[in-house]
Structure formats: structure tokens, C-alpha cells
Write a protein that binds this ligand. Structure first.
Ligand SMILES: O=c1ccn([C@@H]2O[C@H](COP(=O)(O)OP(=O)(O)O[C@H]3O[C@H](CO)[C@@H](O)[C@H](O)[C@H]3O)[C@@H](O)[C@H]2O)c(=O)[nH]1
Ligand SMILES: [Mn+2]
Length: 374
């Protein structure tokens, strides 16, 4: 019998459940106490009562979700042995404003995704640019040239952090197993200088606001692009022809049509367009959705997701949500902006970012909701 691709690990929950019950009991007693003295205390207590009731309601929802929470352990090595023909995955990256979301950030997100440990010809990365910005497009074209050396470097040395801006923040502490120190250091320095060059080119393009070499090679299409009023544009930046194992995946730039007065529905609208464009181009059965400022910090992320989506019992799963780790937050996170509690403890729901989806499940959902409407 073959070993499972994933295992559920249910920890001991009795202590946790007892403490949740105690907390709930205390909160309900508070509400009871407020109700008892509401008449004497007046409107301030009424307001407190409303707030506390809402708090208890949301706590109950959280309690409901975490009641039978389990940890899941996934086994990518078993997956690679068992599934010879891994399914294609379309990756969606959304960006909306080249000023608020500097292109170098989007570029790092895209590079980290292009370099994941998965057969490159099975991956296609679609970048939706709601800003319709030539700078973003230019940055992606430059990044695609860098990807041709970055992807093989990451795979050769088993780099863990595949967003170059993260990887080059410090010198490597050790030489990857089985490699010569001299050769590795030389390649590392070479790679770092190429990345610095890429960053400089992008910074210069941002400064000038129109990259000089956009005029001929690719710029022409952006000439009549007016912000918020332009036709749609789809450009294939990289095409993986399967000829070379180290070749990066497909990379496609998409700027959807925008017209004044037409609602564009923000990220949801961009995602809709991406499903249509990818449906015509690669039509993968799975998709991964990432915001432009999220890089991948585990190169096996797609394999881990596939362990959950391709198993037997897991056929029921429609999506796999990964937790997020935040960089650069304040020490001890006093404002809770890293969402540690909501992601890891109380609320493992789908946040529509850093999540894998099974296309078929969305399709089925669509059909069922259509039926309901009728
Ligand atoms: O018109 C738009 C607006 C936003 N985005 C993209 O959507 C993502 C999220 O938008 P952002 O403004 O960064 O919102 P956040 O608060 O950081 O994101 C959270 O909240 C959003 C809803 O407010 C969700 O859509 C996101 O998935 C979730 O990460 C980013 O990649 C944007 O580039 C677009 O593509 N088009
Ligand atoms: Mn954001």
C-alpha cells in the first residue's frame, strides 16, 4: 500500500476546549451583568453591551472554526515518487499602482514564483497590471532576462529564499552540500551583481517615469495608454518551450481594459480577467493567487499544496490556504499587524491570497449558485 501524501495530526484539545468554555462562560456572565444593571447605568452601558455582544458573536464563530482544528503534514517526496505527471498550475499576481507598489517588489514576487521547485513547463505566471504601466512591463521584461540565470542558480544550489531581494540581504553562511566553496562563492557574487544591475535599471526607469528603450521594442503599445482609459493588452514575456530543464516558466503580462465610468471591481475584477486569459492560454486545473508584495519563502510550496489537493480523501478540498509571514514588522508586533493569532490560532479561513484553488471546484460553485438564482 502506498504511503499517504498527507497526514492529519490532531493535537490534544481538551485543555484548549476547557479554557474556551471558561472564557465563554465569563463573557456571557458579563453580558448578563450588563443586562441586569442596564436601566440604572444608561446609554454608555447600552453601547458597551452592543460592542461586547458583537465581540462574543465573532468569538463564537472563531470557536466554531477551531473546535476540531488539525495540523497537516505533507510529504512532497512521496508525491514526486507517486505522481509522474504533475498537473499544470497557473499563478496569478496582481499589481495595481506602480507608485504605491514599486515594480521591484512585483519583480521579486514574480522571480520567487518562477523559481519554485516544480516542473517549469507546468507553470505559467500571469501578472495583472491594473495600472497599465510601461514601467511595470519594462521591469518584468528585464526580470525575465535575469530569471534565465536566477532559476537555474536556485535549483542548482537549493536556495531556500527565492526572492532575490531577500536572498541577497546577507552573505551565505554555508556552502550548499556537495558543492565547492570557490565555485559557489564566485557564482553567488556574479548573481548578486546581476541582481544589483537589474535593480538599478528598474530604479532608473522609475525615476525617468518612461524607460528610454520602451520607445522601440515594447513601448509603442503603451503610447495611447491613458490611465484608467485604455484597451486590454496581453503580452507573453517568457515562453517555456520545454527544450531545457532550467528554462523558467511562462510569464505573461496582462493589462485589462479600463474605461471611465465602468466599474472595474478592483482585485476581484483583475482575477476574473486572469481566469479568462489563462483559460485560453494554458487552462491549468489549479491556480495560485498571490498579491504583488508576497514572495514565496518555501520553494516546495506547489508540491506541498499538491499533496493536499491530489490525495484521496483530499479530493474534497477546493482550496489550500498558506499562512503568511510578515517581514519588517515591529518588535513583538504590538499592534498585531502580522496576523499571527488570526492565521495560526483562531481563523484558518481562505483570505484569497497565497492560496491554491482547484479550478473545477470554482466552476461547480458557479453552476450551483446559478441554479440557486434561477
Ligand atoms: O484595483 C485593484 C486594487 C488592488 N489590486 C491588487 O490586489 C491586491 C491586494 O490589494 P491591497 O490594496 O494591497 O489590499 P491588502 O489590504 O493588502 O490586501 C488584502 O485585502 C484585499 C481587499 O481589501 C484583498 O483583495 C487581498 O487579497 C488581501 O490581501 C494587490 O496585489 C493589489 O495590487 C488590483 O489588482 N486591482
Ligand atoms: Mn497589500
Amino acid at each position: 500500500m502506498s504511503l499517504p501524501l498527507q497526514e492529519k495530526i490532531s493535537g490534544k484539545k481538551s485543555l484548549r476546549r476547557a479554557s474556551d468554555f471558561l472564557l465563554l462562560f465569563l463573557l456571557l456572565s458579563l453580558i448578563f451583568y450588563r443586562l441586569l444593571h442596564l436601566k440604572e447605568q444608561g446609554p454608555v452601558w447600552a453601547l458597551a453591551l452592543i460592542c461586547e455582544t458583537w465581540f462574543i458573536f465573532t468569538s463564537l464563530l472563531g470557536l466554531n472554526i477551531q473546535w476540531s482544528a488539525v495540523d497537516r503534514k505533507t510529504y512532497p517526496d512521496r508525491l514526486l515518487k507517486r505522481v509522474k505527471n504533475l498537473p499544470p498550475v497557473d499563478i496569478f499576481v496582481t499589481t495595481a499602482d506602480s507608485t504605491l507598489e514599486p515594480p521591484i517588489i512585483t519583480v521579486n514576487t514574480v522571480l520567487s514564483l518562477l523559481a519554485v521547485d516544480y516542473p517549469a513547463h507546468k507553470l505559467a505566471c500571469y501578472v495583472s497590471d491594473d495600472g497599465g504601466s510601461p514601467i511595470t512591463f519594462y521591469s518584468l521584461v528585464e526580470a525575465s532576462k535575469f530569471a534565465k540565470i536566477w532559476v537555474p542558480f536556485c535549483k542548482k544550489y537549493g536556495v531556500q529564499e527565492r526572492a532575490p531581494s531577500m536572498y541577497f540581504t546577507k552573505k551565505p553562511e554555508e556552502v550548499p552540500h556537495g558543492h565547492s566553496s570557490d565555485v559557489f562563492m564566485q557564482e553567488w557574487e556574479n548573481m548578486e551583481s546581476h541582481y544589483n544591475e537589474l535593480s538599478k535599471k528598474i530604479a532608473a526607469a522609475v525615476q525617468k517615469s518612461v524607460p528610454s528603450n520602451l520607445t522601440d521594442e515594447f513601448g509603442a503599445d503603451f503610447y495611447d495608454f491613458e490611465h484608467g482609459n485604455h484597451p486590454s493588452m496581453v503580452k507573453v514575456i517568457l515562453e517555456n518551450k520545454k527544450s531545457d530543464r532550467d528554462e523558467p516558466p511562462h510569464l505573461v503580462y496582462v493589462a485589462r481594459e479600463k474605461r471611465p465610468g465602468q466599474p472595474h471591481h478592483f482585485k476581484a475584477g483583475a482575477m476574473n480577467v486572469l481566469t479568462r486569459v489563462s483559460g485560453l492560454m494554458t487552462n491549468a486545473p489549479f491556480l495560485l493567487n498571490v498579491d504583488c508584495d508576497m514572495s514565496v519563502n518555501n520553494p516546495q510550496v506547489v508540491l506541498h499544496a499538491m499533496c493536499l489537493l491530489l490525495g484521496t480523501e483530499e479530493r474534497e478540498s477546493g482550496f489550500v490556504q498558506f499562512p503568511q509571514v510578515f517581514y519588517g514588522s515591529l518588535k513583538d508586533d504590538p499592534f498585531g499587524s502580522s496576523l499571527v493569532v488570526s492565521q495560526e490560532v483562531s481563523n484558518p479561513l481562505c483570505s484569497f491570497r497565497a492560496a491554491f484553488f482547484k479550478m473545477l471546484s470554482m466552476f461547480i460553485y458557479h453552476i450551483t449558485s446559478m441554479k440557486n438564482v434561477r
